[in-house]
Design a protein around this ligand. Sequence first.
Ligand SMILES: [Zn+2]
Length: 149
Amino acid sequence: MVDREVTPLQHHDLAKRRALSSPFMVVGRINGRHEAAGVATPADALDRMLRWLECDDDASAVWYLREDWPDPITIIGRLAPGSCGETRRAAHLFSMEPGAVHCGSLEARCGTELFMPEIEWLNVGTGMPCERCLALSNTPAYRLEAESA
Ligand SMILES: [Zn+2]
């Protein structure tokens, strides 16, 4: 007989693993209900918010780096292909403080504001970096790739 009982310790590990693979939280009010979900990337956060909006025109949602995340992280994004000329497609750095709430747009270190639906998220080392963002950079960039279990 196979013992499928989950011990408290395993359960704790599982919760911790899940938290690590979902550093971002999306919370909102949809059809009067409070919803919250952990997601792996900012793109997933946007997907989730758009899905909620499809269910309820009056839905409100925000996303943020989990407040229990140990350190601020830096994520990298640029305007998606086709939304502007190639010369404007520098990869900007976005600082995310744990618990700091974001809605539909993000402001890069250099002050450039990008709207979530037009951002293409990049991993460290890809794209041509925005020199102004780099000059203001002091924390190592965070890898967006989800750690595979
Ligand atoms: Zn920039």
